[in-house]
Design a protein around this ligand. Structure first.
Ligand code: HGY
Ligand code: MN
Ligand code: MN
Length: 410
Protein backbone atom coordinates (compact mmCIF):
# COMPACT_ATOMS: atom_id res chain seq x y z
CA UNK A 1 0.00 0.00 0.00
CA UNK A 2 1.56 3.30 -1.04
CA UNK A 3 1.21 5.81 1.81
CA UNK A 4 1.68 8.87 -0.39
CA UNK A 5 -0.99 8.04 -2.95
CA UNK A 6 -3.42 6.82 -0.27
CA UNK A 7 -3.07 10.05 1.64
CA UNK A 8 -3.26 12.25 -1.46
CA UNK A 9 -6.48 10.67 -2.68
CA UNK A 10 -8.13 10.85 0.77
CA UNK A 11 -6.95 14.46 1.23
CA UNK A 12 -8.37 15.45 -2.17
CA UNK A 13 -11.72 13.83 -1.32
CA UNK A 14 -12.08 15.38 2.14
CA UNK A 15 -10.81 18.80 1.07
CA UNK A 16 -13.85 18.93 -1.21
CA UNK A 17 -16.16 19.05 1.85
CA UNK A 18 -16.19 22.80 2.47
CA UNK A 19 -13.54 23.28 -0.20
CA UNK A 20 -13.15 26.89 -1.42
CA UNK A 21 -12.57 27.93 -5.04
CA UNK A 22 -9.26 29.59 -4.21
CA UNK A 23 -8.14 26.52 -2.20
CA UNK A 24 -8.53 25.83 1.49
CA UNK A 25 -11.61 24.82 3.46
CA UNK A 26 -14.38 26.31 5.57
CA UNK A 27 -15.92 23.37 7.44
CA UNK A 28 -17.63 24.58 10.58
CA UNK A 29 -19.19 22.38 13.25
CA UNK A 30 -22.62 20.98 12.29
CA UNK A 31 -22.61 22.76 8.92
CA UNK A 32 -23.69 20.81 5.81
CA UNK A 33 -20.04 20.61 4.74
CA UNK A 34 -19.15 19.16 8.14
CA UNK A 35 -21.99 16.61 7.98
CA UNK A 36 -21.01 15.50 4.48
CA UNK A 37 -17.39 15.06 5.60
CA UNK A 38 -18.12 13.01 8.72
CA UNK A 39 -20.63 10.74 6.97
CA UNK A 40 -18.25 10.16 4.07
CA UNK A 41 -15.47 9.44 6.58
CA UNK A 42 -17.68 6.85 8.29
CA UNK A 43 -18.36 5.25 4.91
CA UNK A 44 -14.62 5.27 4.07
CA UNK A 45 -13.70 3.71 7.41
CA UNK A 46 -16.27 0.94 6.95
CA UNK A 47 -15.08 0.31 3.38
CA UNK A 48 -11.54 -0.08 4.75
CA UNK A 49 -12.64 -2.68 7.29
CA UNK A 50 -12.90 -0.47 10.38
CA UNK A 51 -15.86 -0.76 12.73
CA UNK A 52 -17.08 2.85 12.62
CA UNK A 53 -19.41 4.62 15.06
CA UNK A 54 -20.48 8.13 16.07
CA UNK A 55 -20.97 9.22 19.65
CA UNK A 56 -23.96 11.44 20.44
CA UNK A 57 -22.30 14.77 19.51
CA UNK A 58 -20.65 13.54 16.29
CA UNK A 59 -17.18 12.34 17.30
CA UNK A 60 -16.39 9.48 14.90
CA UNK A 61 -14.28 6.42 15.75
CA UNK A 62 -13.00 3.67 13.45
CA UNK A 63 -11.79 0.52 15.24
CA UNK A 64 -9.61 -2.48 14.39
CA UNK A 65 -9.99 -5.14 17.10
CA UNK A 66 -6.76 -6.44 18.64
CA UNK A 67 -6.08 -10.19 18.47
CA UNK A 68 -4.51 -10.65 21.91
CA UNK A 69 -5.22 -7.59 24.06
CA UNK A 70 -8.39 -6.20 22.44
CA UNK A 71 -9.34 -4.36 25.64
CA UNK A 72 -6.22 -2.19 25.27
CA UNK A 73 -6.69 0.45 22.53
CA UNK A 74 -4.13 2.68 20.87
CA UNK A 75 -5.88 5.74 19.45
CA UNK A 76 -4.79 8.37 16.94
CA UNK A 77 -6.64 11.24 15.30
CA UNK A 78 -7.47 14.94 15.39
CA UNK A 79 -10.36 17.34 14.67
CA UNK A 80 -12.42 17.35 11.45
CA UNK A 81 -13.66 20.96 11.71
CA UNK A 82 -11.70 23.95 10.38
CA UNK A 83 -11.52 27.70 10.92
CA UNK A 84 -13.23 30.02 8.44
CA UNK A 85 -11.12 30.01 5.23
CA UNK A 86 -8.65 27.58 6.78
CA UNK A 87 -6.20 25.19 5.23
CA UNK A 88 -6.69 21.56 4.25
CA UNK A 89 -4.22 20.21 6.83
CA UNK A 90 -5.13 21.70 10.25
CA UNK A 91 -6.96 18.78 11.88
CA UNK A 92 -7.74 16.91 8.66
CA UNK A 93 -4.11 15.78 8.27
CA UNK A 94 -4.14 14.15 11.73
CA UNK A 95 -7.35 12.24 10.98
CA UNK A 96 -6.20 11.01 7.57
CA UNK A 97 -2.65 10.26 8.78
CA UNK A 98 -4.10 7.97 11.45
CA UNK A 99 -6.31 6.23 8.88
CA UNK A 100 -3.50 5.75 6.33
CA UNK A 101 -0.96 4.60 8.97
CA UNK A 102 -3.39 2.00 10.32
CA UNK A 103 -4.37 0.83 6.84
CA UNK A 104 -0.68 0.41 6.00
CA UNK A 105 0.04 -1.50 9.22
CA UNK A 106 -2.91 -3.82 8.62
CA UNK A 107 -1.78 -4.45 5.03
CA UNK A 108 1.78 -5.27 6.12
CA UNK A 109 1.31 -6.95 9.50
CA UNK A 110 -2.30 -8.08 9.66
CA UNK A 111 -4.32 -7.75 12.87
CA UNK A 112 -2.60 -5.90 15.76
CA UNK A 113 -2.20 -7.44 19.23
CA UNK A 114 -3.91 -4.39 20.76
CA UNK A 115 -6.86 -2.60 19.22
CA UNK A 116 -6.33 0.46 17.04
CA UNK A 117 -8.80 3.36 16.73
CA UNK A 118 -8.89 6.33 14.36
CA UNK A 119 -10.66 9.32 15.91
CA UNK A 120 -12.21 12.30 14.11
CA UNK A 121 -13.20 14.81 16.77
CA UNK A 122 -16.28 16.84 15.93
CA UNK A 123 -14.88 20.27 16.78
CA UNK A 124 -11.75 21.85 18.22
CA UNK A 125 -11.41 25.33 16.73
CA UNK A 126 -14.20 27.28 18.43
CA UNK A 127 -14.67 29.00 15.04
CA UNK A 128 -18.44 28.83 14.61
CA UNK A 129 -19.63 29.07 18.21
CA UNK A 130 -17.90 30.66 21.25
CA UNK A 131 -16.97 27.23 22.64
CA UNK A 132 -13.80 25.30 21.79
CA UNK A 133 -12.91 21.59 22.09
CA UNK A 134 -16.58 20.48 21.89
CA UNK A 135 -15.41 17.09 20.55
CA UNK A 136 -12.72 16.36 23.16
CA UNK A 137 -14.70 17.86 26.03
CA UNK A 138 -17.58 15.52 25.28
CA UNK A 139 -15.20 12.61 24.82
CA UNK A 140 -14.11 13.10 28.45
CA UNK A 141 -17.56 14.08 29.75
CA UNK A 142 -16.45 17.66 30.51
CA UNK A 143 -18.87 19.55 28.21
CA UNK A 144 -22.16 20.53 29.81
CA UNK A 145 -25.32 21.34 27.84
CA UNK A 146 -25.75 24.52 29.86
CA UNK A 147 -22.38 25.71 28.47
CA UNK A 148 -23.82 25.87 24.95
CA UNK A 149 -27.62 25.88 25.26
CA UNK A 150 -27.90 29.63 24.74
CA UNK A 151 -24.98 30.35 22.45
CA UNK A 152 -25.32 31.14 18.76
CA UNK A 153 -23.07 31.55 15.75
CA UNK A 154 -22.45 34.83 13.91
CA UNK A 155 -25.75 34.44 12.03
CA UNK A 156 -27.71 33.90 15.24
CA UNK A 157 -28.16 30.14 14.70
CA UNK A 158 -28.52 28.43 18.09
CA UNK A 159 -25.95 25.75 18.98
CA UNK A 160 -28.46 23.04 19.94
CA UNK A 161 -30.59 23.73 16.87
CA UNK A 162 -27.53 23.34 14.63
CA UNK A 163 -26.51 20.13 16.42
CA UNK A 164 -29.99 18.61 16.19
CA UNK A 165 -30.30 19.69 12.55
CA UNK A 166 -27.09 17.73 11.83
CA UNK A 167 -28.63 14.69 13.52
CA UNK A 168 -26.69 14.83 16.78
CA UNK A 169 -27.53 15.73 20.37
CA UNK A 170 -26.11 16.14 23.85
CA UNK A 171 -24.64 12.96 25.32
CA UNK A 172 -27.14 11.25 27.57
CA UNK A 173 -24.58 9.15 29.40
CA UNK A 174 -20.92 9.41 30.24
CA UNK A 175 -18.42 8.05 27.72
CA UNK A 176 -16.09 5.32 28.88
CA UNK A 177 -12.54 6.14 27.80
CA UNK A 178 -10.78 3.81 30.27
CA UNK A 179 -10.06 1.34 27.44
CA UNK A 180 -7.70 3.80 25.68
CA UNK A 181 -4.04 3.10 26.49
CA UNK A 182 -2.47 5.93 24.46
CA UNK A 183 -3.46 8.80 22.19
CA UNK A 184 -1.15 10.18 19.51
CA UNK A 185 -2.03 13.23 17.44
CA UNK A 186 -0.18 14.16 14.27
CA UNK A 187 -0.55 17.83 13.32
CA UNK A 188 1.05 20.53 11.20
CA UNK A 189 3.25 22.83 13.29
CA UNK A 190 1.43 26.00 12.17
CA UNK A 191 4.63 27.94 12.92
CA UNK A 192 8.10 28.44 11.41
CA UNK A 193 10.41 26.61 13.81
CA UNK A 194 10.78 23.33 11.89
CA UNK A 195 11.15 25.08 8.54
CA UNK A 196 13.70 27.58 9.92
CA UNK A 197 15.73 24.82 11.58
CA UNK A 198 15.20 22.50 8.58
CA UNK A 199 13.76 19.66 10.64
CA UNK A 200 11.21 17.20 9.26
CA UNK A 201 9.58 16.17 12.56
CA UNK A 202 8.69 18.04 15.75
CA UNK A 203 8.28 15.91 18.89
CA UNK A 204 5.91 17.92 21.09
CA UNK A 205 6.68 18.03 24.83
CA UNK A 206 4.03 20.55 25.87
CA UNK A 207 1.08 22.70 24.67
CA UNK A 208 0.49 26.33 25.61
CA UNK A 209 -2.25 27.47 27.91
CA UNK A 210 -4.93 29.64 26.30
CA UNK A 211 -7.42 32.22 27.46
CA UNK A 212 -10.11 33.42 25.02
CA UNK A 213 -12.46 36.33 25.74
CA UNK A 214 -15.36 38.15 24.17
CA UNK A 215 -15.30 41.79 25.30
CA UNK A 216 -18.18 44.23 24.83
CA UNK A 217 -17.75 48.00 25.13
CA UNK A 218 -20.78 50.28 25.20
CA UNK A 219 -20.40 54.06 24.64
CA UNK A 220 -22.83 56.27 22.74
CA UNK A 221 -23.65 56.32 19.03
CA UNK A 222 -23.71 59.88 17.80
CA UNK A 223 -23.43 62.21 14.81
CA UNK A 224 -19.93 62.20 13.25
CA UNK A 225 -20.19 65.85 12.29
CA UNK A 226 -21.89 67.60 15.16
CA UNK A 227 -20.36 65.75 18.13
CA UNK A 228 -17.21 67.51 19.40
CA UNK A 229 -14.29 65.13 20.13
CA UNK A 230 -14.47 66.02 23.84
CA UNK A 231 -18.11 64.93 24.12
CA UNK A 232 -17.79 61.51 22.54
CA UNK A 233 -18.07 58.05 24.11
CA UNK A 234 -16.54 56.26 21.15
CA UNK A 235 -16.34 52.47 21.65
CA UNK A 236 -13.91 51.96 18.76
CA UNK A 237 -11.48 54.55 20.14
CA UNK A 238 -11.61 52.73 23.48
CA UNK A 239 -11.01 49.37 21.72
CA UNK A 240 -8.08 50.81 19.76
CA UNK A 241 -6.42 52.10 22.95
CA UNK A 242 -6.91 48.70 24.65
CA UNK A 243 -5.51 46.78 21.67
CA UNK A 244 -2.51 49.08 21.33
CA UNK A 245 -1.71 49.12 25.05
CA UNK A 246 -1.97 45.32 25.46
CA UNK A 247 0.00 44.66 22.27
CA UNK A 248 2.81 46.96 23.43
CA UNK A 249 2.87 45.29 26.87
CA UNK A 250 2.96 41.80 25.29
CA UNK A 251 5.84 42.84 23.01
CA UNK A 252 7.74 44.17 26.01
CA UNK A 253 7.20 40.93 27.96
CA UNK A 254 8.31 38.99 24.89
CA UNK A 255 7.97 35.45 23.48
CA UNK A 256 6.28 33.05 23.95
CA UNK A 257 3.46 35.38 25.22
CA UNK A 258 1.02 36.11 22.37
CA UNK A 259 -2.19 38.15 22.22
CA UNK A 260 -4.54 38.38 19.23
CA UNK A 261 -7.60 40.57 18.57
CA UNK A 262 -9.01 38.35 15.81
CA UNK A 263 -12.59 39.58 15.74
CA UNK A 264 -13.79 43.21 15.96
CA UNK A 265 -17.47 44.08 15.40
CA UNK A 266 -18.29 47.82 15.69
CA UNK A 267 -21.93 48.93 15.86
CA UNK A 268 -23.48 50.47 13.80
CA UNK A 269 -20.31 50.18 11.64
CA UNK A 270 -21.32 53.25 9.60
CA UNK A 271 -19.05 55.90 8.19
CA UNK A 272 -20.82 58.97 9.65
CA UNK A 273 -21.82 57.57 13.04
CA UNK A 274 -19.64 57.61 16.17
CA UNK A 275 -19.58 53.88 17.05
CA UNK A 276 -21.60 53.41 20.21
CA UNK A 277 -20.63 49.78 20.73
CA UNK A 278 -17.92 47.28 19.84
CA UNK A 279 -17.61 43.56 20.52
CA UNK A 280 -14.13 42.10 20.12
CA UNK A 281 -12.21 38.91 20.89
CA UNK A 282 -8.94 38.35 22.76
CA UNK A 283 -6.89 35.17 22.38
CA UNK A 284 -3.95 35.08 24.82
CA UNK A 285 -1.42 32.25 25.23
CA UNK A 286 1.69 31.24 27.14
CA UNK A 287 3.43 27.93 27.97
CA UNK A 288 3.75 29.04 31.63
CA UNK A 289 0.56 29.22 33.73
CA UNK A 290 1.79 31.95 36.08
CA UNK A 291 2.86 34.22 33.23
CA UNK A 292 -0.50 33.63 31.53
CA UNK A 293 -2.41 34.45 34.73
CA UNK A 294 -0.33 37.59 35.26
CA UNK A 295 -1.14 38.84 31.79
CA UNK A 296 -4.82 38.01 32.27
CA UNK A 297 -4.77 40.44 35.17
CA UNK A 298 -3.09 43.04 32.94
CA UNK A 299 -5.92 42.55 30.42
CA UNK A 300 -8.58 43.14 33.08
CA UNK A 301 -6.80 46.21 34.45
CA UNK A 302 -6.29 47.74 31.01
CA UNK A 303 -9.92 47.28 29.95
CA UNK A 304 -11.17 48.81 33.19
CA UNK A 305 -8.79 51.83 33.06
CA UNK A 306 -9.35 52.68 29.38
CA UNK A 307 -13.12 52.24 29.73
CA UNK A 308 -13.13 54.73 32.59
CA UNK A 309 -11.00 57.20 30.57
CA UNK A 310 -13.25 56.90 27.52
CA UNK A 311 -16.54 56.85 29.40
CA UNK A 312 -17.66 53.45 28.09
CA UNK A 313 -19.14 50.47 29.94
CA UNK A 314 -17.42 47.11 29.54
CA UNK A 315 -18.28 43.43 29.85
CA UNK A 316 -15.54 40.78 29.92
CA UNK A 317 -16.57 37.18 29.07
CA UNK A 318 -13.72 34.69 29.54
CA UNK A 319 -15.18 31.69 27.71
CA UNK A 320 -12.07 29.56 27.33
CA UNK A 321 -9.40 29.01 29.96
CA UNK A 322 -7.12 26.07 29.21
CA UNK A 323 -4.00 25.36 31.25
CA UNK A 324 -0.63 24.63 29.64
CA UNK A 325 -0.32 20.84 29.34
CA UNK A 326 2.75 18.60 29.23
CA UNK A 327 2.72 15.45 27.10
CA UNK A 328 3.30 11.95 28.59
CA UNK A 329 7.06 11.53 29.03
CA UNK A 330 7.30 7.83 28.16
CA UNK A 331 5.07 8.26 25.09
CA UNK A 332 7.13 11.28 24.00
CA UNK A 333 10.16 8.98 24.17
CA UNK A 334 8.42 6.45 21.89
CA UNK A 335 7.66 9.24 19.40
CA UNK A 336 11.24 10.57 19.65
CA UNK A 337 12.71 7.10 18.97
CA UNK A 338 10.31 6.50 16.07
CA UNK A 339 11.31 9.87 14.58
CA UNK A 340 14.98 8.94 14.89
CA UNK A 341 14.30 5.60 13.18
CA UNK A 342 12.40 7.18 10.30
CA UNK A 343 14.13 10.53 9.69
CA UNK A 344 17.24 10.34 11.89
CA UNK A 345 17.99 12.33 15.07
CA UNK A 346 19.31 15.30 13.09
CA UNK A 347 15.99 15.73 11.36
CA UNK A 348 13.73 15.87 14.40
CA UNK A 349 13.39 18.32 17.27
CA UNK A 350 11.71 18.40 20.71
CA UNK A 351 9.48 21.48 20.95
CA UNK A 352 6.42 23.07 22.63
CA UNK A 353 3.23 23.81 20.69
CA UNK A 354 2.09 27.44 20.38
CA UNK A 355 -1.20 26.22 18.95
CA UNK A 356 -3.90 24.61 21.01
CA UNK A 357 -4.79 21.00 20.23
CA UNK A 358 -7.18 18.27 21.31
CA UNK A 359 -4.15 16.59 22.85
CA UNK A 360 -4.14 19.17 25.63
CA UNK A 361 -7.53 17.85 26.74
CA UNK A 362 -6.60 14.20 26.17
CA UNK A 363 -3.32 14.55 28.11
CA UNK A 364 -5.23 15.20 31.32
CA UNK A 365 -6.87 11.74 31.18
CA UNK A 366 -4.72 9.33 29.13
CA UNK A 367 -1.06 9.11 28.09
CA UNK A 368 -0.85 11.46 25.12
CA UNK A 369 1.83 12.64 22.69
CA UNK A 370 1.95 14.74 19.51
CA UNK A 371 4.18 14.99 16.52
CA UNK A 372 4.47 17.90 14.08
CA UNK A 373 5.34 18.23 10.42
CA UNK A 374 6.60 21.57 9.09
CA UNK A 375 4.32 24.33 7.77
CA UNK A 376 5.58 26.17 4.69
CA UNK A 377 6.40 29.76 5.77
CA UNK A 378 4.81 28.83 9.10
CA UNK A 379 1.43 29.82 7.65
CA UNK A 380 -1.80 28.29 9.00
CA UNK A 381 -5.44 29.29 9.56
CA UNK A 382 -5.11 30.53 5.99
CA UNK A 383 -6.15 28.98 2.68
CA UNK A 384 -2.51 28.91 1.62
CA UNK A 385 -1.59 26.58 4.55
CA UNK A 386 0.69 23.91 3.06
CA UNK A 387 3.29 21.27 3.83
CA UNK A 388 5.53 19.46 1.33
CA UNK A 389 4.05 16.04 0.57
CA UNK A 390 7.42 14.46 1.40
CA UNK A 391 7.13 15.90 4.93
CA UNK A 392 3.52 14.77 5.25
CA UNK A 393 4.57 11.23 4.28
CA UNK A 394 7.43 11.31 6.83
CA UNK A 395 4.90 12.31 9.49
CA UNK A 396 2.68 9.37 8.57
CA UNK A 397 5.67 7.02 8.56
CA UNK A 398 6.69 8.14 12.06
CA UNK A 399 3.11 7.69 13.29
CA UNK A 400 3.06 4.24 11.68
CA UNK A 401 6.26 3.32 13.53
CA UNK A 402 4.79 4.56 16.84
CA UNK A 403 1.55 2.63 16.31
CA UNK A 404 3.48 -0.49 15.31
CA UNK A 405 5.49 -0.36 18.53
CA UNK A 406 2.40 0.27 20.70
CA UNK A 407 -0.06 -2.09 19.04
CA UNK A 408 1.93 -4.87 17.39
CA UNK A 409 4.76 -5.45 19.86
CA UNK A 410 4.23 -7.46 23.08
O1 HGY B 1 -6.19 28.16 17.77
C1 HGY B 1 -5.49 27.16 17.85
O2 HGY B 1 -4.45 27.20 18.45
C2 HGY B 1 -5.90 25.88 17.21
O3 HGY B 1 -5.54 25.89 15.85
N1 HGY B 1 -7.33 25.69 17.32
MN1 MN C 1 -6.54 25.39 14.12
MN1 MN D 1 -5.73 22.04 14.75
Amino acid sequence: MDIRSSFESLDKKFTSFGGLNGGGITRLLYSDEWSNAVHELKHTLEKEGFEASFDSVGNLKGRIEGSKYPEETIMSGSHIDTVVEGGHLDGQFGVLAALVAMQSLKAEHGQPLRSLEVLALAEEEGSRFPYAFWGSKNFFNLAKSEDVNDIADGEGINFKAAMNNAGFDYRNEDNDYSYIKSFIEVHIEQGKVLETEQKAIGVVNGIVGQKRYTINLKGEANHAGTTPMGLRRDAVVAFSKIATELTDKARTIGDPLVITFGRVDPVPNTVNVVPGEVTFSIDCRHINQEALNDFAKTIDDCIRTVSEQEGVEYDINLWMDEAPTMMDESLVKVVEQAAEQVVGSNDSKMMPSGAGHDSQIFAKYIPTAMLFVPSINGVSHNVTEETNIEDLVKGIEVLKQVLYQLAYEE
